[in-house]
Write a protein that binds this ligand. Structure first.
Ligand code: ADP
Ligand code: MG
Length: 201
């Protein structure tokens, strides 16, 4: 089995984060935890590219619909729609509009438990419920209630792969194999070395 330090995840800095001048702040958070940046590009994605990205996992529509309904129920609110598929029916169109509205940054981060660590730092989908200390909890205030009444996508600054399987599908969708740079980062010796025997002279 491969060492956990080889795990990779895809992160997108969404158009709202670029417009809010949060690029540096967001990169800093993934960098300071000890993850290694292995690929990065700045681009305006096409609608097709975004649609494929969100439908790589055939279960995404159902899971996202269920999560939205739970978001209402957990707050003691009546969800506007009870069928998870209906919830996500119009979502893709809104997401494509949001994600192609301006430039974004696509990145691949590598390190032990990269997927879970990045999701933890990013926070939960709905910024209203994201923990303080997370990117979505600290820098934005959107909610399902607001986006449903305004008919738009949740603006939550960042996309991060939801599972290792999702990351493995998403990374090749955004980067070719030769765009992923394999290199050693000096700090990896402190993070992963078993004996810490290279420090004292
Ligand atoms: P995450 O980005 O946390 O993995 P999902 O994969 O469930 O979340 O959804 C993808 C994106 O679609 C979210 O980040 C958010 O921008 C948007 N979104 C999800 N659910 C809704 C919803 N019910 N209403 C509006 N936008 C939503
Ligand atoms: Mg997701």
């Amino acid at each position: 089995m491969k060492h956990p330090k080889h795990e990779r995840t895809l992160v997108l800095i969404k158009p709202d984060a670029v417009q809010r001048s949060l690029i540096g702040e967001i990169i800093k958070r993934y960098e300071q935890v000890g993850l290694k940046l292995v690929a990065m590009k700045f681009l305006v994605p096409t609608e097709d590219h975004i649609e494929t990205h969100y439908t790589l996992d055939p279960a995404w529509r159902k899971v996202t619909g269920e999560k939205t309904i739970k978001g209402y129920v957990d707050k003691g609110l009546e969800p506007p729609e009870k069928d998870p598929h209906k919830v996500t029916e119009a979502l893709l169109t809104k997401l494509k509009k949001y994600m192609t509205s301006g430039p974004i940054i696509a990145m691949v981060w590598q390190g032990a438990h990269a997927v879970a660590i990045v999701r933890k730092i990013t926070g939960s989908t709905e910024p209203l419920m994201s923990d303080v200390g997370t990117i979505r909890g600290d820098f934005v205030l959107d909610s399902y209630q607001m986006t449903d009444s305004d008919g738009r996508s949740i603006r939550n600054l960042v996309h991060a792969s939801g599972s290792v399987k999702e990351a493995e599908q998403e990374i090749p969708h955004w980067f070719s194999a030769k765009e992923l740079i394999e290199y050693r980062l000096v700090q990896e010796q402190i993070l992963y070395d078993v004996n810490l025997d290279g420090i004292l002279e």
